[in-house]
Design a protein around this ligand. Structure first.
Ligand code: FAD
Length: 457
């Protein structure tokens, strides 16, 4: 019998554990993670495989550290980006939680440099963005880089190792609910874990499982917007005037044709594009190292689509579009912007006769217009032209577009302001999987918040 069971060892689960251990050192806590310990995690694609072998458990997303482990480690220190925590508590409270989580990252070895704190520089870039009808969101960033991210998370694992029970390579299958109160979890190896409180933090990787499990238990979900788009890769100097000052620029544009919000997401100066695998579906992402620099910068352009009644399956919608790209390209597709505009596929020769060398080697040259719906594709093209005004060269015919990038955090669990699941007492749902966060720092902050709520009961 445990006091608290935590599902998922991503930033949300880890930060819950860190805070509970601090507030209630004598409590029994179990953390269940379907992937490996951090030192055993590997992504075969990064180890020289030319094609993603679509492992049963994606090494990039599963294991200690979750999707955060091989991430770029950009801590975006504002409530305005990377989640919706502000919908559940005051702005001041979210700011305090972010500040607290940030200090914990520092305690465990994060770098102390923060980009984008100079107001004068921001004001000038904001002015340039406004002239191009772009909204620049103020978002100071602490950049860890992938290698330091791994060190920080390893330090957290070592610290927690003898303070809580950590179960690796085992998945939560069902949770047990009696009289509208959670009693524990059944694991996929048949074991049952009894616990007074359960925190579910399965990330986007586990969002599909969570949706089905909640539907089975008749727990309410609300449709979130689904974010679909492409990853853009261009020569680093094109964005250098912005990235050197802000590191990451969060820009929002309302496409003239459809009025949809298109935003830049996860910008990686001198970084590389990577493939990830969501339950057998290959999608694209990006990251950068602190010490290894490529000649390219990459970022996602995502179009938000909020579905209305009767449609209730935004995750499945995103999966179908990504699967279509996989069907055509055997994985990720890559296309030069010029080829897209000319209405022709990119070929290996066309990709070669280009000024940009793709950093994702396993992508298949193809035609994204056969995959992306007209609505999203039009909005992305319009956004590229808007970005070209503040970073000339963005809409170059050589700019590479990789598809599909999709964020599967689409269904949002109905939660109280404590992030307790509506209708099931003592069951807390946090992080990206719950649809309440979209990035490292807010996922971590959500973990701290529920830990405090539980410890105060
Ligand atoms: C390549 C890449 C780069 C990124 N770069 C950044 C960045 O620079 N800045 C930023 O803010 N964000 C970044 N992100 C996003 C960030 O990693 C996530 O927002 C964050 O990790 C979410 O934390 P989480 O704890 O909610 O979920 P996750 O980190 O996804 O962790 C969830 C964990 O739960 C486990 N799990 C799932 N289901 C089960 C189950 N049934 N039983 C047991 N365990 C289960 C999974 O294996 C996983 O380890 C990046 C993501 C990727 C993939």
């Amino acid at each position: 019998m445990y006091n608290v069971a935590i599902i998922g060892a991503g930033p949300a689960g880890i930060f819950s554990a860190l805070e509970i251990v601090k507030l209630k050192p004598d409590w029994k806590v179990v953390l269940i993670e379907k992937g490996d310990k951090i030192e055993d995690r590997k992504c075969l694609l990064r180890e020289g495989y030319s094609k993603c072998p679509t492992c049963k458990k994606c090494g990039l997303l599963c294991g200690w550290g979750g999707a955060g482990a091989f991430s770029d480690g950009k801590l975006t220190l504002t409530p305005d980006v990377g989640g919706h925590l502000i919908d559940y508590m005051s702005r001041k409270k979210v700011e305090d939680l972010i500040d607290y989580a940030d200090k914990l990252y520092l305690e465990f070895g994060a770098t102390d440099e923060v980009f984008g704190t100079d107001q004068k520089t921001f004001d000038e870039l904001e002015r340039q963005a406004s002239l191009a009808e772009l909204k620049l969101v103020h978002s100071p960033v602490r950049h860890l880089g992938t290698e330091r991210s791994l060190d920080v998370l390893k330090n957290m694992q070592d610290y927690l190792m003898d303070k809580i029970t950590i179960l690796n390579n085992v998945s939560a299958k069902n949770f047990i609910v009696e009289c509208e109160q959670v009693k524990g979890i059944v694991l996929d190896n048949g074991d049952t874990i009894e616990a007074e409180y359960t925190i579910i933090a399965p990330g986007r990787e586990g969002a599909d499982w969570l949706t089905h499990e909640f539907a089975k238990n008749k727990i309410g979900m609300v449709n979130n917007a689904v974010d679909i788009g492409v990853r853009v890769e261009l020569p680093a100097p094109v964005f250098e005037p912005i990235t050197s000052k802000l590191y990451e620029s969060k820009l929002i544009y309302y496409s003239p044709t459809f009025g949809d919000a298109v935003r830049t997401f996860c910008m990686n100066p001198n970084g590389e594009v990577v493939q990830e695998n969501y339950n057998g579906i290959a999608t694209v992402n990006g990251h950068s190292y602190a010490n290894i620099k490529t000649r390219n910068t990459n970022f996602a352009l995502l179009v938000s689509e909020q579905f209305t009644e009767p449609f209730k399956e935004p995750i499945a919608y995103g999966q179908r579009i990504a699967s279509l790209a996989n069907m055509l390209g055997g994985g990720i597709l890559v296309q030069r912007f010029g080829d897209l505009l000319d209405g022709r596929r990119s070929t290996p020769d066309r990709i070669k006769s280009s000024i940009i060398e793709p950093t994702l080697k396993c992508a298949t040259p193809g035609d994204l217009s056969l995959v992306l719906p007209y609505r999203q594709l039009t909005s992305i093209i319009e956004m590229l032209y808007a970005l070209d005004k503040i970073a000339p060269g963005t809409a170059s015919r050589y700019t590479l577009l990789y598809g599909i990038e999709v964020k599967f955090y689409s269904a949002r669990v109905k939660l109280t302001n404590d992030l307790e699941t509506e209708g099931v007492k003592n069951l807390f749902t946090i992080g990206d999987g719950a649809g309440v966060t979209r990035g490292l720092i807010q996922a971590s902050a959500s973990g701290v918040h529920v830990a405090r709520v539980i410890c105060s009961r």
